[in-house]
Design a protein around this ligand. Structure first.
Ligand code: PA5
Length: 353
């Protein structure tokens, strides 16, 4: 176990500096947005009827962000495709965005090749690898992402690179003001949640200390908070090396709540990710819904997004989740960065990491 207020021990346990990598998110977001705006050639979107974002794990999150923030403003559906097969509708009027941080993920490469064969408009988001190679062979737009990150930690580059490229293409409106706010909000939070700030004044450390070894169950309202909840789950898995679960409100009111029966909650912590843009019908459900796991013995934590626009609010939840998960891992004495199980599976399946 590592004392979260012993900064020297935190740094020693954090051998690959996940805390430092998370702290770079605002700078990465800014750099990603600029790289996206400069994409060359610019993706052609005339006449498209769908946007399909193909990616896995950490590289898929940018697609979820796009879908959750813009689905009510885009005239075309956005789908995130997590697997090698594409839906039947994908064809010449689909914009297919293949995103793989390493450029070597088998499922994403298969989706990219399938999209190319079907004549989709294709673009790529990658640091290189086979995807970068194939995209430059074919001359399709590529938003390049710097190497040297764990894929999940490259989110600033991937998500904001995607937004910049789709703004350059004319699919998204001008986002500069929203990006500025999101970058500033992330920077403010990173200072507030820094390793030097003691647990009593540091909400990320407090969440880590409150949940401890309890299994985290993250709730968020359908939309961007549900995307943040999934990000918390996967960061709990990868940075804290713990099982974790996520669910969206109001869907969870129609199934999960039944599972919180007497005594079942004692090894769990439910974290509700709230924001002031929740649909009023959903907002009204939270208090009564949270009482159910509380009565079952679960620890309950409620956090509120900060910032004004949805992009900043989503980023605020992501920063809090990334740091809470990292502190949880460090408190358990584990190095948050390595992902041995994923590496082992990729090697067993035969593809490059
Ligand atoms: O967090 C991770 O490392 C994984 O979820 C990867 O993102 C996933 O395996 C896909 O790899 P890549 O992002 O390189 O395409």
């Amino acid at each position: 176990m590592t004392d979260l207020d012993d900064v020297r021990s935190l740094r020693a346990t954090d051998a690959s500096d996940m805390l430092g990598v998370v702290a770079r998110l605002p700078l990465d977001a800014r750099a990603g947005y600029d790289a996206g705006l400069a994409v060359d050639p610019v993706p052609i979107i005339d006449g498209i009827t769908a946007v399909t974002y193909a990616g896995m794990g950490g590289s898929a999150v940018a697609g979820d962000i796009l879908r959750s923030l813009f689905r009510d403003r885009l005239g075309v559906p956005v789908e995130v495709n997590r697997g090698p097969q594409l839906p039947a509708y994908c064809g010449p009027s689909t914009l297919l965005i293949a995103s793989s941080y390493s450029g070597n993920t088998a499922e994403t490469l298969a989706a990219f090749e399938e999209a190319t064969a079907r004549g989709c408009r294709v673009m790529a988001l990658t640091s290189g690898g086979q995807l970068g190679h194939r995209a430059s062979q074919l001359g399709v737009p590529v938003v390049g992402v710097p190497g040297g990150y764990m894929p999940r930690a490259a989110l600033g580059h991937l998500a904001f690179g995607l937004l910049g490229a789709l703004e350059a293409a004319g699919l998204l409106p001008r986002l500069a003001a929203d990006v500025d706010e999101a970058v500033d909000e992330m920077a403010r939070l990173i200072t507030e949640l820094a390793p030097e700030v003691p647990t009593t004044a540091n909400p990320a450390k407090t969440i880590a200390a409150t949940l401890g070894e309890r299994t985290a169950v993250i709730w968020g309202a359908e939309g961007f908070a549900a995307v943040a909840a999934q990000r918390w789950r996967t960061q709990w898995n990868e940075n804290a090396k713990l099982p974790a679960f996520a669910a969206a409100m109001p869907e969870l009111d129609h199934n999960e709540v039944v599972g919180w029966s007497r005594g079942t909650g004692k090894h769990f912590g439910v974290v509700a990710l709230r924001h002031d843009g929740e649909h009023e019908e959903i907002a009204a459900r939270f208090a009564a819904s949270l009482e159910i796991p509380a009565e079952a013995g679960a620890e309950i934590v409620e956090v509120q997004a900060s910032g004004r626009a949805p992009l900043a609010q989503l980023c605020s939840l992501i920063v809090l989740g990334d740091l809470s998960a990292t502190y949880t891992g460090l408190a358990r004495g584990v190095d948050p960065s390595p992902i041995e199980a994923i590496d082992r599976l990729k090697a067993a399946i035969g593809g490059p990491a």
